[in-house]
Design a protein. Structure first.
Length: 377
């Protein structure tokens, strides 16, 4: 009989604010289900959603909201664990933890993406930022003796620095679907009439997206091709700030804000961009960087924790010094103005992406779960 796994994360893949952590959970655990195991997924609800359903074999239970789900978990766990039914709990620690080590003695695997740390103050009001920050400060006290899986070496090193047991930390990189994310058919010419740079991802303050606008403005002042545009795509609430900043910089006529786009449009945008840009000061990994790479598109990203592992500097793209708009802008000019370099980076990006797969990530995660269950008898 397969393992019975209880997975807990704030959101599932259908949530309107789903991002990299949700892609990670869905891609890995739907494969674990297809290997003959049972997965029940607890996550938060949103207005109008189905409260229970099955997604790719995963039984999904939604409750609470973005603001109350950590409290809803207490009631859900009490109900679900009232009778034996699960072999292991997998808790995805993303923002506020659920404290499962304090709630049950069942074996656990704790998944870590990035920890917000001080970057949370860029995203929310001070009282909420303080609330999240203080919860994160409690993470070592609650989880340091647990079995842990991190999505990057940077996250693993941060956990070790917080006092986590190093021999209980395992790194399993995110995967990428290189059959869905592929270069444009027959290596089509990239939007020759209106070339563009692309940011794809959450439009949130903590991503420091104003830096992209500043770098683009500097690139223009240093002779960037006048046809080149900057495109932002993705859901989030920071669009008004970005539009205001673009107006102040005088680049609003060369900047497009698309909002959330369909998967089909997303892939098309990734395939035909001159390059993808990423300014985040901290990430667990950088799934969008890998999606761009799989499409044969170079990436220019901040040399920041997590992101620097998802770009091979000089091979799949370039890394710029964190927060340095001038360095960022010079990299943009270089990639846009040198077609042969761009082609070489695009080929290197595709080769890099092909070294990762969700099948491999799922197999390694399942192997770790089995190790934990064996060690726990």
């Amino acid at each position: 009989m397969g393992h019975r796994i209880l997975l807990i994360n704030w959101r599932d893949i259908e949530h309107p604010e789903a991002g990299g952590a949700e892609v990670h959970a869905h891609e890995i655990f739907r494969r674990i289900v297809s290997s003959g195991h049972q997965v029940t997924f607890l996550c938060c609800a949103w207005p109008g959603c189905e409260k229970q359903l099955t997604l790719d074999g995963i039984k999904v239970i939604r409750a609470g909201s973005n603001f109350t789900f950590n409290y809803s978990v207490l009631l859900l766990l009490r109900r679900l664990l009232a009778s034996p039914g699960f072999d292991i709990i997998v808790e995805d620690v993303n923002k506020i933890p659920f404290c499962t080590p304090r709630l049950t003695s069942l074996p656990k695997l704790i998944l870590f993406h990035p920890l917000f740390g001080a970057t949370i103050v860029r995203e929310v009001a001070p009282p909420v930022a303080a609330y999240v920050y203080l919860w994160e400060r409690l993470i070592p006290l609650i989880y340091r003796r647990q079995w842990v899986q991190a999505v990057s070496q940077d996250t693993a090193a941060e956990l070790a620095g917080m006092g986590f047991t190093e021999d209980k930390i395992r790194v399993v990189y995110n995967g990428i679907d290189c059959t869905r994310y592929t270069p444009a058919p027959e290596l089509e010419e990239r939007t020759a009439e209106e070339p563009y740079l692309l940011y794809m991802g959450r439009i949130k303050r903590y991503k420091r997206l104003e830096l992209i606008l500043e770098a683009f403005s500097l690139a223009i002042s240093h002779g960037l091709d006048s046809r080149t545009r900057l495109v932002f795509a993705g859901g989030g609430d920071a669009y008004p700030r970005l539009k205001a900043r673009a107006r102040r910089l005088g680049i609003q006529s060369r900047t497009n804000f698309l909002g959330r786009v369909s998967e089909e449009v997303k892939i098309n945008l990734l395939q035909h961009a001159l390059c993808v840009v990423n300014s985040s000061p901290k990430e667990g990994w950088g799934i969008t960087n890998m999606e761009a790479s799989a499409c044969g598109t170079p990436v220019i990203a901040s040399r920041s924790p997590g992101l620097r592992e998802s770009v091979k500097d000089g091979e799949s793209g370039f890394l710029f010094n964190p927060g340095d708009a001038a360095d960022f802008g010079s990299q943009i000019v270089r990639v846009v103005s040198e077609p042969q370099l761009r082609k070489k980076l695009g080929q290197g990006a595709r080769q890099f992406a092909e070294t990762f797969s969700w099948d491999d990530s799922a197999q390694k995660t399942l192997a770790y779960i089995e190790d934990i269950l064996e060690k726990n008898g």
